[in-house]
Design a protein around this ligand. Structure first.
Ligand SMILES: [Zn+2]
Length: 66
């Protein structure tokens, strides 16, 4: 047998523990270049800009060329 709790956890203690069980909404910031929402400290997925510089090339979705 493994370790077992000696006493039943009271409802108030259970509730106090579970008071912190919640999800927080994702924080989004506006891209300084194109204005689309992006995660903080990440490269913008739409324009590929980070800190005012183009750091990645973003492929256009609707372009016919490969
Ligand atoms: Zn952008």
């Amino acid at each position: 047998m493994g370790a077992l709790p000696k006493q039943k956890r009271s409802k108030s203690k259970q509730g106090r523990k579970r008071a912190h069980h919640f999800l927080v909404p994702t924080q989004l910031v506006e891209c300084s270049n194109c204005g689309s929402p992006r995660l903080p400290h990440t490269v913008c997925g739409k324009c590929g800009f980070y800190k005012g510089e183009q750091v990645i090339q973003v492929r256009e979705k609707n372009s016919g060329a490969q």
